[in-house]
Design a binder for this molecule. Structure first.
Ligand SMILES: Cc1cc2nc3c(=O)[nH]c(=O)nc-3n(C[C@H](O)[C@H](O)[C@H](O)COP(=O)(O)OP(=O)(O)OC[C@H]3O[C@@H](n4cnc5c(N)ncnc54)[C@H](O)[C@@H]3O)c2cc1C
Length: 336
């Protein structure tokens, strides 16, 4: 497929819901192009919790996040959907070509990508990690600074400083016990953690054993190293005392900031500040042939879970296909 071919459906966002929409559209013989701002498929699951277990997706009693999205990729791309990675959607215009009304999507890097309809599965929008307030912090990326834990093996035998007070920080302080050089240093700017009590209690128990060093209320003030990270300076914000801690890995798990960005400027009615309002019977927005599904789609009573988004993806894809072809919406079973 060439980039300027008109496809039936552009899917915006390659999380579990976008991949499900690609499956349902492909199953109905529709042509599909997926546009994704990250360099990888799998959305929030692959980006933020690939090594956590997920228990509530039907048919999978317990599955690692990355394994779940790998299966979504296998299923979603089986009919030949084209996936364009590393491009953030910017503008959406309606235009007329060869007597046909189509959509033209441009990104920060390219386009226009042409299609008869759109399914927006953009989650919370393009998201990026919340960062430490240390000047030039991004320069340490790839040199010891991590915003997510993708593979535990990366931290094998390394002295790790983990920053954060929520579940991710606590989960990885516990989760890297069998991988990192101990003790793992856990830094949080407040006295109290926001994480699950059982995780906090386990970290305190490990502190007594010398496997964790908990520093609260503390903040990382400086990063040192010649090339790669070698140490950080951490301030005790109660006393103002500064201390240097040697480490090879600085893992900051401070959550993500996300924004709908340009999508909010496409004339689509919003539900609150972060979601596109849809008719839950069809998943269509107020803009004709622009559908939404998953976390980004809003209606009264919405529950943002993978399994709900996958159902919405089926509704959106089947309605998009039916509208493009001028047919009634009908289920088509996949069994052969
Ligand atoms: C720590 C954590 C644990 C969770 N655990 C569970 C659980 O156990 N069970 C469960 O059901 N749910 C869980 N969730 C929620 C679940 O991950 C989301 O409901 C799910 O990922 C939503 O899928 P999605 O495809 O709608 O959006 P996302 O997974 O967010 O994917 C959206 C994709 O769209 C891309 N995108 C956004 N804007 C643009 C743009 N302008 N241009 C191009 N691409 C764009 C993003 O980069 C992203 O890859 C959890 C979430 C977190 C953070």
């Amino acid at each position: 497929m060439s980039f300027n071919d008109v496809v039936d459906i552009t899917i915006l966002g390659a999380g579990p819901v976008g991949l499900s929409a690609a499956y349902y559209a492909g199953h109905r013989d529709a042509t599909v192009r997926i546009v994704e701002s990250l360099e990888q498929l799998g959305g929030q699951v692959a980006a933020t919790y690939p090594e956590k277990h997920v228990y509530d997706v039907a048919g999978h009693p317990k599955i690692l996040g990355q394994n779940l999205v790998d299966l979504c990729v296998e299923q979603g791309l089986q009919y030949g959907a084209e996936a364009i990675l590393g491009e953030e959607a910017k503008t959406l215009e309606r235009l007329s070509q060869n007597g046909e009304e189509i959509y033209a999507l441009t990104t920060d890097k390219g386009g226009p990508y042409l299609s008869r309809s759109m399914i927006v599965t953009a989650g919370h929008g393009a998201f990026e990690p919340r960062k430490l307030g240390v000047e030039g912090i991004d320069e340490w990326l790839g040199r010891g600074l991590h915003y997510v834990v993708r593979e535990k093996a990366q931290f094998s035998g390394k002295r790790c400083v983990i920053v954060g007070g929520g579940d991710s920080a606590l989960d990885w302080t516990l989760g890297l016990q069998d991988t990192a050089d101990l003790p793992i240093t856990l830094v949080h700017r407040r006295d109290r953690f926001r994480a699950l009590e059982t995780s906090v209690n386990e970290a305190k128990r490990l502190e007594d054993e010398g496997a964790v060093r908990i520093l609260t209320p503390h903040e990382v003030r400086e990063v040192h190293g010649d090339g790669d990270i070698e140490a950080v300076t951490i301030e005790n914000t109660k006393t103002g005392e500064l201390e240097r801690y040697d480490c090879e890995a600085l893992i900051t798990l401070l959550g993500f900031v996300s924004h709908l960005g340009s999508i909010a400027e496409w004339g689509i009615e919003l539900e609150g500040k972060r979601q596109l309002k849809v008719n839950p019977m069809t998943m269509e927005t107020n803009v004709p042939l622009v559908f939404a599904a998953g976390d980004v789609a809003g209606y009264p009573g919405k529950i943002t879970l993978i399994t709900i988004g996958m159902g919405e993806a089926a509704i959106a894809a089947n309605n998009a296909v039916a509208q493009i072809r001028g047919e009634k919406v009908q289920p088509k079973y996949s069994t052969d």
